[in-house]
Every structure is written in structure tokens, then in C-alpha cells.
Design a protein around this ligand. Structure first.
Ligand code: C2E
Ligand code: MG
Ligand code: MG
Ligand code: MG
Length: 272
């Protein structure tokens, strides 16, 4: 079986390598241009109170409107950006744009709750994120409590102390912190105990088969109970059906996000 394994590994490796090499060439050059030519934009998706349906937040999701291929989903270009230094200017563009948009809604009297912005692991690990966030808050005039950063559990791999320091400083600024895709990454309850986060996002993969899959119901229940016990807000991602919503409400989940309420849009429905 060693031979079979070797062959599979090899096939996997070459496929991976080809697509990566290809992607790197295509994406790197194009992405630089995209940032200059304003082909990047943000879409916004509502986060709602599960019981009332009221909007409590909005997540900014990056889109690339490629001149030839059309809209490119973030999972197709973010990994390449993360492997290069491109993630830094890209991440700053997202932060700055989201803060300005939120400030505009505030000025227009449009209630959106909090603006949630996704942060990639290298942005935390570089160490200057808190300073950048402070700058974009200042430049836009957005109050810190209106901003929430979504981080994944994997930020902890690598320079742990530096990452924890960055997150601590962000909390001191008054910015909210949510753990995105909770349960799919390098989770450790030890970090949950010492991390200055205030929200958990139950990953969509645990929501998809609710309430029929008994493993998923058990995991969803446990995560909701954990969040409540630690006094964290818990939001379910990728909620598409009323049955999912009913299960989550019954289990005491606070918030939801998903196509059941709204898809990500350039102009969210609470604006228009
Ligand atoms: P995420 O942060 O977990 O975002 C949620 C993803 O689930 C989004 O995909 C959203 O469109 C999708 N989604 C929400 N509700 C539903 C639903 O009911 N059904 C289904 N099928 N999908 C739903 P999207 O926009 O393609 O983004 C994918 C990932 O890319 C995000 O996952 C996030 O990790 C990353 N990402 C997006 N924008 C940014 C960004 O500005 N910076 C960074 N670092 N990452 C970003
Ligand atoms: Mg997110
Ligand atoms: Mg997520
Ligand atoms: Mg996700």
C-alpha cells in the first residue's frame, strides 16, 4: 500500500503545484492591477438577531470584479494573496473601505449595528494591525465599538505571544473580536479562555445539516452552550432554512447570518 500512497501523494502534489503556480502568475499580476484600477469592491451581508430578525451587524466580503472573467470569489484569490505580501495592502484596503462605508451609513442615519471585517492570519502575525485599525478608525471617524474583526483560530500558529498582544491591544481600542469558522481550525479551549474575544461564529459546515444530522446537532449545541457559559455572543453562519433557524433559536443561539435573511450585496437591503 506504500506504493499506492506514494502515487496518490505524488498526484496530489503535482496537481496542487500546477494550480498554485498557475494561480500565482495569474492572480499576482492581476490583483495588483485590480487594486490600482478599482476592480475590487465589498459586498455586505446582514447579521441578524435570530429571534426578531433585526439587523445587528453586517459582514464585509471582498469581491474582485475581473474585467475578463467577471466576479472572482475570495477563496480563489485570497490564498495567493496570503502567500505573498499582497494580503497587506489588500487587507488595508478592505479595512479602510469598510470603515468609510460604515461611517457613511451612520451619517445617513442607517442602523447597521456593527461592521464586521475579515482579517487574514498574516495581518495579525505581522504585528502592526492594531496601529492600522486605530488609523482607519481615526481617518473615517467610525467609533471603535462599531467595528468587529473576524479572525480564524489559526492565527495562533506561529508567533503566539505577538498575536495575543495584537488582539489585546485591539480590545483595548474598543474593537469587537469574533472567532470566524469556529470549530474548523486549530481550536484550543485554552486560547478561548485567555483570548479577549467577545463572539464565536459557528461554522457553516455544522449548520448545513441541522437539525437532521445528529453529530451536527450535538456540535452546534455544545458550541452554543460553551459560548453562553463564557459569556460570548454566538452567531450561526450559512443559515438557509427555517428549520435550521428554529433549531438554533431553541438552543439559545443569539444571532444568524445566511441566505435565509440576505445574500451578500453591494447595497444591503437595510439601506435600500
Ligand atoms: P467567511 O468569513 O466565513 O464568510 C462567510 C461566507 O459564507 C461568505 O462567502 C458568504 O457569502 C457565505 N455565505 C453566507 N451565508 C451563506 C449561506 O446561507 N449559504 C451559503 N452557501 N453561503 C453563505 P464568500 O463571500 O465567498 O467568502 C468566503 C471567505 O473568504 C470568507 O468566509 C472569508 O474567510 C474570506 N474573505 C472574504 N472577504 C474577505 C476579506 O475582506 N478579507 C479576508 N482576509 N478574508 C475574506
Ligand atoms: Mg467572516
Ligand atoms: Mg465564517
Ligand atoms: Mg466560513
Amino acid at each position: 500500500w506504500a506504493k499506492a500512497e506514494g502515487r496518490n501523494t505524488f498526484q496530489f502534489y503535482t496537481r496542487e503545484l500546477t494550480s498554485r503556480a498557475l494561480q500565482n502568475v495569474l492572480v499576482k499580476g492581476d490583483l495588483r492591477r485590480a487594486m490600482q484600477q478599482e476592480d475590487l469592491l465589498l459586498h455586505y451581508q446582514n447579521q441578524v438577531d435570530l429571534r426578531t430578525g433585526a439587523v445587528v451587524g453586517v459582514e464585509a466580503l471582498l469581491r474582485w470584479n475581473h474585467p475578463e472573467t467577471g466576479m472572482v470569489p475570495p477563496n480563489d484569490f485570497l490564498p495567493v494573496a496570503e502567500e505573498t505580501e499582497l494580503i497587506h495592502p489588500l487587507g488595508e484596503w478592505v479595512l479602510s473601505t469598510a470603515c468609510q462605508q460604515a461611517r457613511q451609513w451612520l451619517d445617513a442615519g442607517i442602523e447597521f449595528g456593527r461592521m464586521a471585517v475579515n482579517i487574514a492570519v498574516p495581518q495579525i502575525q505581522r504585528g502592526d494591525l492594531a496601529g492600522l485599525v486605530a488609523r482607519y478608525l481615526h481617518e473615517s471617524g467610525l467609533p471603535p465599538e462599531r467595528l468587529e474583526l473576524e479572525i480564524t483560530e489559526d492565527f495562533i500558529i506561529g508567533e503566539e505571544d505577538r498575536a495575543l498582544g495584537v488582539l489585546g491591544t485591539l480590545r483595548e481600542l474598543g474593537v469587537g473580536l469574533a472567532i470566524d469558522d469556529f470549530g474548523t481550525g486549530y481550536s484550543s479551549l485554552r486560547y478561548l479562555k485567555q483570548l479577549p474575544v467577545n463572539k464565536l461564529k459557528l461554522d457553516k459546515s455544522f449548520v448545513d445539516e441541522l437539525p437532521d444530522n445528529s453529530n451536527d446537532t450535538a456540535i452546534a449545541r455544545a458550541v452554543i452552550a460553551l459560548a453562553r457559559a463564557l459569556d460570548l455572543t454566538v452567531i450561526a453562519e450559512g443559515v438557509e432554512t427555517r428549520r435550521q433557524r428554529e433549531f438554533l433559536v431553541a438552543e439559545g443561539c443569539d444571532q444568524g447570518q445566511g441566505f435565509l435573511w440576505a445574500r451578500p450585496r453591494a447595497v444591503p437591503n437595510f439601506v435600500a
